[in-house]
Design a protein around this ligand. Structure first.
Ligand SMILES: Cc1cc2nc3c(=O)[nH]c(=O)nc-3n(C[C@H](O)[C@H](O)[C@H](O)COP(=O)(O)OP(=O)(O)OC[C@H]3O[C@@H](n4cnc5c(N)ncnc54)[C@H](O)[C@@H]3O)c2cc1C
Length: 401
């Protein structure tokens, strides 16, 4: 980090200590939507302190950080489940901001990117469908058919994070069914109040349906009509744009997960020294606990270096060239996250499964880390295939036509 970046991190740490950690349990213990007004006041305070949207360009009211710099910030913000939201760098908006910034027309930027950057609106990304394997991103049933100057969209999507309360969504839909699989779909901006969009339900995951930003919706699109000018990028480029969105997105996720690990690690160590098994005999004297602490530290530090190195590779060579490393960090860090959380819960005993600490909530909700943005197996297979290709493994044709 530059000295300016380091000073920024210090200010963020101080804000987390004074304003965020004290209220997060209250926020997490009730439907998110009930906390939105209180969080709006905190978001205004983040802005007032000049800490807002570190990833965004200064012209958009952000700090103009590089991907590598923002990675450090994301790890720090990851220590609280609500911090990314408070600093306006939360998924899925951050990915949509990047898409609009890089591919939006001036009119699209004015209408959607600027209010997103100010934090006046939220957005979501509609790609996955219940009837098709999300692991195969070029296979989907949603269509967008040209009718004069409009597209008419029909389809069924699910697990659309933060759809409730969003002002718009970016929909992946097939516009060119006769093209090659990777060229069939396009990305189209759809205001959420367009007639024909139905939010069927917020899907209950691990016992909670969630609300507002903290939710995952099932959506139906029935004859949803939007102007052709809402197309993002060129027709048939949807898959390429989605891949581009996922590259830096995986850095953000991995660093957020490492932030969760740091918090869990801190809680684990605090508990290890404060919990006595008998008078004068702290839990931390047990070798099993010491092993968990040492293994966690090693795994977290190694993962952090791997992610930061991948961020510099993306900056130097682009996401496409760095795709093997991006796949490596995605499954590797998701595994580190799961192991560290599991050990921290074990050290806390029964307390670990209560909601008196953030550990249980993270353990439940971040199980999905091994599934979203590509399941572990897909990333492992693609890394291994690329390695084995160098040893002469022939390419495989898959039945995806
Ligand atoms: C919390 C959460 C938030 C999400 N948010 C969004 C969102 O905002 N927008 C959106 O569009 N989508 C979102 N998703 C959907 C997510 O991207 C998909 O769940 C993911 O791509 C996997 O697709 P699938 O669920 O259809 O699983 P499937 O494709 O049916 O795969 C099921 C399992 O099969 C195995 N598998 C798949 N392919 C292979 C392979 N090649 N080799 C070996 N094994 C394999 C894996 O174990 C995988 O878990 C979200 C999902 C979750 C859980």
């Amino acid at each position: 980090m530059t000295p300016t970046g380091a000073a920024y991190l210090k200010e963020v740490r101080s804000f987390l200590d004074s304003h965020v950690f004290p209220i997060e349990a209250q926020v997490m213990s009730r439907p998110f939507v009930e906390s939105v007004p209180m969080l709006a006041t905190l978001r205004a305070e983040v802005k007032r302190r000049g800490l807002w949207a570190p990833h965004l360009a200064e012209s958009l009211g952000g700090r103009g950080m590089t991907l590598g710099e923002f990675a450090h910030v994301s790890a720090l913000l990851g220590e609280s489940p609500i911090a990314h939201y408070l600093f306006n760098c939360q998924a899925p908006d951050i990915g949509n901001c990047e898409l609009l910034h890089d591919h939006g027309t001036p009119a699209q930027k004015k209408e959607w990117l600027e209010p997103l950057a100010r934090g006046d609106i939220r957005s979501c990304f509609s790609m996955t469908e219940p009837e098709f394997a999300g692991s195969n991103p070029v296979w989907m049933g949603t269509t967008a058919v040209r009718d004069g100057d409009d597209y008419v969209i029909n389809g069924h999507k699910w697990f659309i994070s933060s759809a409730e309360g969003s002002a718009f969504t970016i929909v992946m839909a097939v516009t060119n069914p006769d093209a090659k699989p990777h060229k069939r779909a396009s990305q189209i901006i759809v205001p959420m109040n367009t007639p024909g969009i139905t939010l069927v339900r917020n899907i209950s995951t691990m016992g909670h349906a969630g609300s507002d930003w903290m939710s995952h919706a099932e959506l139906r699109y029935t004859d949803v009509r939007v102007p052709v000018s809402n197309l993002l990028g060129a027709e048939g480029e949807g898959f390429a744009l989605a891949q581009e969105r996922l590259g830096p997105g995986r850095i953000h996720h991995c660093m957020r997960w490492l932030g969760i690990c740091e918090r869990a690690f801190r809680l684990m160590c605090q508990r290890a020294v404060s919990r006595e098994l008998s008078p004068g005999e702290p839990l931390g004297n047990q070798q099993a606990v010491q092993f968990w602490i040492a293994e966690s530290r090693a795994e977290m530090d190694a993962a952090r270096l791997l992610v930061l190195d991948t961020a510099s590779q993306i900056e130097a060579r682009g996401a496409h060239e760095a795709r093997e490393r991006i796949s490596l960090i995605k499954f590797h860090v998701a595994g580190v996250l799961q192991r560290v959380l599991d050990r921290a819960i074990q050290v806390h005993g029964a307390l670990g499964v209560t909601d008196d600490t953030p550990l249980a909530g993270w353990y439940a909700h971040e199980r999905a880390a091994r599934i979203y943005d590509g399941p572990d197996e897909v990333h492992k297979a693609s890394v291994a295939r690329r390695i084995l290709k160098e040893y002469g493994l022939p390419s495989r044709t898959r039945g995806k036509e």
